[in-house]
Design a protein. Structure first.
Length: 524
């Protein structure tokens, strides 16, 4: 990267952060505003190149890892079939549908190149959809499906893209070889991810230093991605597996590691996402300049056709598969509602991975400028048309997580009650071992009991329920020692309830954060 490009990216980053700050202040969707701002500014500034290597090797790994780290392995396990049908089945169906359409509209474009374009356009980027869905209270199950799809669909699309591009450049393709390459990339990607997850988990058990552990976490996504890609496996799957494993084991880390990690990854996500969405809009002039020999109405028709097929194929796939999953799915899982299926069908916004793959098409591939143009228009159309209408659709369908919020509050209150009992049992056992307390020690113990009761009753009060109830160590040292043991007992209860599926991961993280903040205060 030359200094000029570096300066351009620095200016883009500064401008993108400013636009995102305005969006956050106004309560608008930052990704959509950044794309719109990039489109408006693109004709007025020098071209800002979108380097495929920068996106795939610098931006993609940490964004994937952060999303996986914050996801619930247990919830994803419950929707495995939904995610597989979307991240593998829908990607391949979209690739074929778009490929045949483009080859029909542009006969001069080889079929292999058309399939490569289909693979590029196929994977949605659910960042914008998930952000809007969370803000508007989209229920947890459709959100989990969207997150799971976005975690794994890039692996399918990028593998299919490589096969199609090899065929476009070489002129032939062996279907059996293509299937074998896909299975190899997926299996080895999982193996690399699990191996690195075990290695880093072992390192974390022996460091016990929040600064060192969080520094290692910043390196993990790049290590996983590069290791898998170096053996021609899926770096995407490797990163996701590591993130899911370590995220599920986060309760084993120290309170300082968890508190710092949450803040670090919020900053990383915000910074990288603002740059990524700004770069999408800034490619307008670069993409249009490459189109020649076509009349404006022709390219507009081609772009509209590809966009409509991309959207319709998703609806045509999601509704029938949702019906089949409801018909043959486990009886203990709630069937998806029509509103939830509609929301998932409409949440098909494309993102920067598609653009990065398009920019990486070799110059020797016939029809490259048109492939780049159709990718760009599909990304922009899905972001602006689907992204801007997504909040209205959620409100119109009346999709809400209000019941889930009540159930979460009830589960938290019950968990707090169980944790209170465990903490007080530890306190009773410790005080019995230390003998009859003197007056000062008795006051400290009474304070601990009162604090535990206040936290437990506070959870019930948020439901509209109950009211209050009643050696050489210094009192403060005694208080810290006993309270730390109680906090550990309470954490164990929360983790056990999470593993028994009586408490959701999201709720567990919230109550664990409360305990971590309290322990941080004790340390101070």
């Amino acid at each position: 990267m030359n200094p000029t490009t570096g300066l351009q990216l620095l200016l883009v980053a500064g401008g993108a952060v400013a636009v995102a700050a305005v969006a956050r202040r106004r309560g608008w969707s930052a990704p959509l505003l950044l794309v719109a701002a990039g489109l408006l500014v693109s004709p007025l500034v020098p071209a800002v190149p979108l380097e495929p290597e920068l996106v795939l090797y610098v931006f993609l790994p940490p964004l994937l890892y952060s999303a996986a780290l914050d996801s619930s392995y247990l919830r994803l396990r419950e929707v495995t079939r939904h995610v597989a049908l979307l991240s593998v089945g829908l990607v391949l169906v979209t690739m074929v549908a778009v490929g045949f359409l483009v080859h029909l509209l542009l006969p001069e474009l080889p079929l292999a190149a058309a399939f490569a374009l289909g693979a590029i356009i196929a994977p949605p980027d659910a960042v914008a959809a998930v952000a809007v869905g969370r803000r508007l209270g989209l229920p947890r199950r459709p959100l989990t499906i969207l997150v799971g799809e976005s975690l794994f669909n890039d692996a399918t699309a990028l593998t299919a893209y490589r096969v199609a591009i090899a065929a476009a450049v070489g002129g032939t393709v062996d279907l059996l070889h293509a299937v074998g390459e896909f299975l190899y990339a997926a299996a080895v990607g999982v193996a690399v991810g699990l191996a690195l997850a075990f290695v880093f988990a072992w390192l974390f058990r022996h460091t016990r230093d929040s600064l060192v552990e969080n520094t290692l976490m910043l390196l993990i996504p790049f290590a996983a991605y590069l290791t898998a890609e170096s053996v021609h496996a899926s770096g995407v799957i490797s990163v996701v597996i590591v993130g899911l494993y370590l995220g599920h084991q986060m309760h084993l880390r120290g309170f300082g590691t968890r508190l710092v990690s949450t803040s670090v990854w919020k900053v990383v996500d915000f910074f990288l996402e603002t740059i990524v969405f700004a770069l999408i809009g800034l490619q307008l002039v670069t993409v249009i300049q490459g189109i020649g020999g076509y009349r404006p109405w022709e390219v507009a028709l081609y772009a509209l056709a590809v966009f409509l097929v991309t959207v319709l194929v998703r609806f045509a796939w999601v509704f029938p598969t949702a019906f089949l999953l409801r018909l043959f799915g486990p009886a203990d899982q709630p069937p998806p509602t029509r509103a939830h299926v509609t929301v998932v069908s409409w949440a098909g916004m494309r993102g920067v991975v598609s653009l990065a793959a398009a920019f990486s098409i070799p110059e020797s591939v016939q029809g490259r400028p048109m492939m780049l143009f159709l990718t760009f228009t599909t990304v922009i159309a899905t972001l602006l048309v689907q992204g801007l209408s997504f909040p209205a659709l959620i409100r119109r369908l009346g999709v809400s997580s209000e019941r889930e919020r009540y159930e979460d509050a009830l589960a938290e209150a019950n968990a707090q009650q169980a944790a209170l009992t465990a903490g007080l049992e530890v306190l009773d056992r410790l005080t019995e071992l230390e003998g009859e307390p003197d007056e000062i020690r008795k006051q400290v113990i009474d304070q601990l009991r009162e604090k535990s009761w206040r936290r437990s009753l506070g959870a019930w009060e948020r439901l509209g329920g109950g009211t209050g109830q009643d050696g050489a160590e210094t009192p403060s040292a005694l208080y810290r020692r006993l309270r730390r043991d109680m906090l550990q007992a309470e954490r164990e209860v929360f983790v056990r309830l999470r593993d028994e599926r009586r408490l959701d991961d999201e709720v567990m993280r919230e109550v664990m954060a409360q305990l971590d903040f309290e322990e941080a205060i004790l340390e101070r």
